[in-house]
Design a protein around this ligand. Structure first.
Ligand code: GLC
Ligand code: CA
Length: 562
């Protein structure tokens, strides 16, 4: 049996600080803005916050390029603001999960600045410096491709060597094989835990161990730098040296991870990470990571079922449909037209929440998802500000200008900027994110005129009020926390249905994932007279459950059955 830990009965809210709330009127979200919204978070009912990076950073990748791990980004505030924020959270029963970005630093971090000074510098070996190939040594040392496109190596004229960056060239990879680097990471982790943090979301943690000698690999080197040879040793070491001494949780970002690998990272007896984010249901299918995979319901259900069964009683799942790197879920899974019919948007946002959050695992909701925010329209290349999108346009310009139109189309549905538009607090100009007179750092979605927190608070039928009900039902519910998961109707291409079972009690979850009315026959054995209670639905007149039911467009229902 697996251990009881606080994160197994938590509901986590992800904040992307730059886009959440601007507290001082400079157009950029910040910590004082977060402090001003703590009552909102408490009222929503969430019990933990995952805060995307708030450390000192030149912002090449909005804080995922850190130049000082022990200080706060100037635009976001000060360490004192951070302390006030944590106290405000803890006082409201909300825990704080910080973002730990230690696969790489910023190229402006003092370690890299030193490292660049020359081959003999004591910090040289904090990073991967290698000679180039070819006669003039100007070809990259291997075939590894950056996650943002192009070679993962950058040439440095001064020393005639290249350094490795699996993300932007302003994000040089740290060399974890150097014990000094591992000691620095342990020190950073300890610093924030001592300051009051309750855990970490570990950024691209599956990349930290590289195959010795950095050989060419398949698919742009993927098999040489993901789940590398020493990764379990390094994570176990971090656990033993620091994490095990605190009542904290860790969740590792693990794109491409399989169930078998996830068990190695999260098996309790292994003492590495507590949980991971798997990516199979939000997968991309092109080598440039541009196009999200087409959503086939049957396949997606299969993915959920595989993970639910695969980790049951052995590991722990993370439940999410959105984050700061993904398109908005109503746009991705339902209708990519940002102007989609408002009633359908509301119905489907609730259905999607029902579909995911009654599974087993720790639930995460991304800022704005709780009011059903959508993607934004990109009319022009300059509408994209994310470093990944910009790199793609650069590559297209250089190698294949005729693909510009295709890139625009692909990025419409894929761009990370979709999730990074300012949080929509009200219908005013700038959506209450920043004062109306100020230019926000990034475009506000025009649909804030009717999709916003203020509107949602006044509408009993809003997505927001639905989330509040759902969170209340979920927290402390032993069937949801511990119950076994059984998928029903696995062959259906329209309906996702499953039950959760614990000690003879059941929850039945039925979701019509299509925009049409359907008749559903769950099972011949389903006893229509059993003691059934409807506990949540996105239609207010949903009927009692029997062996057959008629479901309206995007209708979702949850029943408690004794
Ligand atoms: C993770 C983050 C992403 C960032 C990248 C590099 O994937 O979620 O936003 O760009 O790591 O740190
Ligand atoms: Ca600000």
């Amino acid at each position: 049996m697996i251990k009881t830990r606080w994160y197994k009965d938590a509901f986590v809210y992800q904040i992307y600080p730059r886009s959440f709330c601007d507290g001082n009127g400079d157009g950029i979200g910040d910590l004082r803005g977060i402090i001003s919204k703590l009552d909102y978070l408490k009222d929503l009912g969430i019990t933990a916050v995952w805060l995307s990076p708030c450390y000192k950073s030149p912002n090449d990748d909005n804080g995922y390029d850190i130049s000082d791990y022990k200080d706060i980004m100037t635009e976001f505030g000060t360490l004192d603001d951070w302390k006030e924020m944590v106290e405000g959270m803890h006082g409201r029963g909300i825990r704080l999960i910080m973002d730990l970005v230690v696969n790489h630093t910023s190229d402006e971090h003092p370690w890299f600045v030193e490292s660049k000074k020359g081959k003999d510098n004591p910090y040289r070996d904090y990073y991967f410096w290698r000679k180039g190939r070819g006669k003039d040594g100007k070809k990259p040392p291997n075939n590894w491709v950056s996650r943002f496109g192009g070679s993962a190596w950058e040439y440095d004229e001064a020393s005639g060597e290249f350094y490795l960056h699996l993300f932007s060239k302003k994000q040089p990879d740290l060399n974890w094989d150097n014990p000094k680097v591992r000691a620095e990471v342990a020190d950073i982790v300890k610093f924030w835990l001592d300051a009051g943090a309750d855990g970490f979301r570990c950024d691209v943690i599956t990349y930290i161990s590289k195959v010795e000698g950095l050989p060419d690999g398949k698919l742009g080197g993927d098999n040489m730098f993901t789940h590398g040879p020493n990764i379990h040793k390094y994570l176990h070491e971090l656990y033993q040296n620091v994490l095990s001494k605190y009542d904290c949780m860790t969740v590792g970002e693990a794109a491409g991870v399989t169930v078998e690998q996830a068990l190695l990272y999260t098996g309790e007896e292994r003492e590495e990470l507590d949980t991971v984010f798997q990516f199979e249901h939000v997968e991309v299918n092109s080598i440039l990571q541009v196009l999200p995979r087409k959503v086939g319901l049957k396949r997606t259900k299969g993915v959920f079922t595989k993970w639910q069964k695969g980790l049951y009683n052995k590991g722990w799942n993370s439940l999410y449909l959105e984050n700061h790197d993904q398109p908005r879920c109503v746009s991705r899974y339902i209708n990519d037209n940002p102007g989609m019919d408002n009633e359908l948007r509301k119905k489907s946002a609730k259905m999607l929440a029902t579909l995911i959050y009654f599974q087993q695992g720790t639930p995460y909701v991304y800022q704005g998802q709780e009011i059903g925010m959508t993607d934004i329209m990109f009319k022009d290349e300059s509408d994209h500000v994310d470093v990944m999108a910009k790199n793609i346009f650069k590559l297209v310009k250089k190698y294949a200008p005729f693909l510009k139109g295709y890139a625009m189309k692909a990025l419409q549905i894929r761009s990370r900027d979709n999730a990074r538009t300012p949080m929509q607090w009200n219908a005013e100009k700038n959506a209450g994110f920043t004062p109306s007179s100020v230019e926000p750092w990034y475009r506000v979605n025009e649909n804030h005129s009717y999709i916003n927190v203020g509107e949602a608070q006044n509408d009993p039928d809003s997505v927001l009020n639905f989330f509040k009900r759902l969170i209340k039902i979920r927290l402390g519910n032993q069937i949801i926390i511990k119950g076994e998961y059984r998928e029903l109707l696995p062959e259906s291409r329209d309906v996702y249905a499953y039950e959760r079972v614990l000690d003879g009690k059941k929850l039945l979850v039925v979701c019509n994932c299509k925009n049409k009315t359907l008749s559903v026959k769950l099972s011949d054995k389903n006893d229509p007279n059993a003691n059934q209670k409807l506990i949540l639905s996105n239609y207010d007149d949903a009927g009692a459950c029997g062996c057959e039911m008629t479901l309206r467009p995007y209708e979702s229902r949850v029943y408690e059955i004794n």
